[in-house]
Design a protein around this ligand. Structure first.
Ligand SMILES: Nc1ncnc2c1ncn2[C@@H]1O[C@H](COP(=O)(O)OP(=O)(O)O)[C@@H](O)[C@H]1O
Ligand SMILES: [Mg+2]
Ligand SMILES: [Zn+2]
Length: 509
């Protein structure tokens, strides 16, 4: 007998439909899975067999063939265990095959018959809703499923529970309505800018970066507060709207980064991968094109500490995705697009020992060591930086001032107003900020009075700014004017933007 049930496979951050068909026919007992199963799916056989038996259900002693369709798609993950088990029981006549209609099933089984959480439930729930199916899912994934509104969720904790459910013996207790709207900002205690003492220039650069979506370089000795500042950038960004929150949650769900019981993520992500990370870890990979750090930072901040230690090919690989806000992976014959719009923050020491330019500790590096180190500053990524700031370590007396400055909420208010001005200019282009203004847009929206123009011309000569560096200065100046609530870019806005030019900050010590 043949039975089938709907399930799904993850490709990037999408769930695509997969039909699970099980045929039970007379013959020597065997259990095969066909239809391009990945390693985890092949192991499904052992889990399904043990789970069915340990749930006290009969396992057919006949030829069992599982087919996963479409055959051309490689199936990854353990989420096929539960649909395979249910279709198998239906094909063996233990449960009515008709009960599987109208349902989409996902869940991993443990050997004792418990249903374990799987990754990617947000994407799977979106697919179930699009197909008009109810979703049978692991109980531990319920909050995740509830992020998607307007579908019926049927959580199960055990295989026996799932059998009871489809036999109709159990009230579908999980037919809870999904909760509307984002909840409280999760992610725990968000670090606040008020905890940072002094560092006025660093804080100002952070505010401009948040307001215009500009990439930022923090350069200074160890202990200057580079990491501390970078960690506080998410708290200066406007809250995620519902659509963004859903995308962020979906990405983290697919990557298996949502702890059980987590619903909609409403805090902006902060990702700080170590420089030893692999290219796949950063960009994503595997047969299912699972998102990497760059996509996990989508909607938030990607912080590359000690960025000079990242291998050149890794820096090079980040460049285009960061520019485009998305990244394309080629997997076999399929091109998978992953979201990757993140604010880039780089940090590094000014020299190998870290103390070049420090006013209290002498730099112990030889000039050739410093020169070799500085060469790593050029090239990919650094040429994409809009704002650079040099930070110095604070004295003990200055550190005592921590907690007395402006808090994140106040700064975020100004950032939101500056973003509203940008949005009215870039009407209809979701998520774009000044940082991605094209040259023709700059000509239209950055009108320069003669004095401002003269100032910029002098700076281009003096710092030998490239055309790209010049455009970056204009974008930053536009954001500074937006923070000031002004339509025109005034000389002081341009002058401040020039303060943050990489060429200038790098040439300063
Ligand atoms: N401006 C500051 N205000 C308050 N504490 C600071 C400041 N700068 C540094 N610190 C303290 O020093 C520690 C190290 O700072 P950190 O941000 O890790 O420095 P860096 O990343 O530049 O090496 C922080 O955890 C914090 O306790
Ligand atoms: Mg640090
Ligand atoms: Zn040094």
């Amino acid at each position: 007998m043949l039975a089938r049930v709907r399930s799904a496979s993850l490709v990037g951050v999408e769930a695509v439909p997969v039909g699970v068909e099980v045929d039970v026919s007379p013959g020597l007992p065997c259990f095969d899975i066909v239809g391009l199963p990945g390693a985890a799916v092949r192991e499904s056989r052992d889990r399904v067999r043990a789970a069915v038996r340990n749930a006290g259900l009969p396992f057919p002693l006949q030829r069992v063939t599982v087919n996963l369709a479409p055959a051309g798609l490689k199936k990854e993950g353990a989420l096929f265990d539960l649909p395979i088990a249910l279709a198998l029981l239906a094909a063996a006549g233990v449960i009515p095959a008709a009960a599987l209609e109208g349902r989409l099933v996902a869940g991993e089984l443990s050997l004792d018959g418990a249903v374990r959480p799987v990754r990617g439930i947000v994407a799977v729930a979106l697919l179930a809703r699009a197909e008009g199916a109810a979703l049978v899912l692991p109980e531990a994934n319920l909050e995740e499923g509830e992020v998607v509104e307007g579908l019926t969720l049927e959580p199960v904790a055990t295989l026996s529970g799932a059998v009871e459910l489809v036999r109709g013996r159990r009230e579908a207790s999980g037919q809870r309505r999904a909760r509307p709207g984002p909840g409280a900002r999760n992610g725990g205690e968000e670090a606040d800018l008020a905890e940072v003492a002094g560092q006025a220039a660093g804080k100002r650069a952070l505010e401009i970066a948040a307001a215009g979506g500009h990439s930022l370089l923090l350069i200074g000795p160890p202990g200057a507060g580079k990491t501390m500042l970078a960690r506080r950038l998410p708290s200066l960004l406007p809250p995620l709207d519902r659509e963004e929150a859903l995308t962020v949650t979906r990405i983290h769900s697919v990557a298996g980064m949502l702890p059980p019981g987590t619903g909609l993520l409403t805090a902006r992500p902060f990702r700080a991968p170590h420089h030893s990370i692999s290219l796949a870890g950063l960009l994503g990979g595997g047969a299912g094109a699972c998102p990497g750090e760059l996509s996990l930072a989508h909607g938030g901040v990607l912080f590359l500490d000690e960025f000079t230690e990242f291998p050149p090919h890794v820096r090079e690989a980040l460049r285009q995705p960061l520019e485009e806000g998305k990244l394309v992976l080629c997997r076999a014959a399929v091109r998978v697009t992953l979201p990757a719009r993140a604010l880039l923050v780089l940090a590094c020491n000014p020299c190998p020992c870290g103390y070049a330019g420090d006013d209290r500790v002498a730099c112990g590096c030889r000039p050739d060591e410093v020169a070799r180190y500085r060469r790593r500053f050029s090239g990919p990524l650094l040429d994409r930086i809009d704002l650079a700031v040099r930070l110095n370590r604070l004295s003990a007396a200055e550190l005592m001032e921590a907690g007395k400055g402006e808090g994140s909420a106040l700064v975020r208010d100004r950032v939101e107003r500056a973003r509203a001005r940008q949005a009215s200019r870039l009407a209809g282009e979701e998520g774009r900020t000044n940082a991605c203004l094209r040259p023709e847009e700059l000509r239209r929206w950055v009108t320069l009075a003669p004095a401002t123009r003269r100032l910029l011309e002098r700076a281009v000569d003096h710092y030998r700014l490239s055309a790209r560096g010049y455009y970056r200065t204009l974008r930053v100046a536009r954001t500074i004017a937006d923070l000031a609530g002004e339509e025109g870019v005034r000389p002081e806005h341009a002058a401040e933007a020039l303060e943050y030019r990489v060429e200038r900050v790098m040439g300063r010590w």
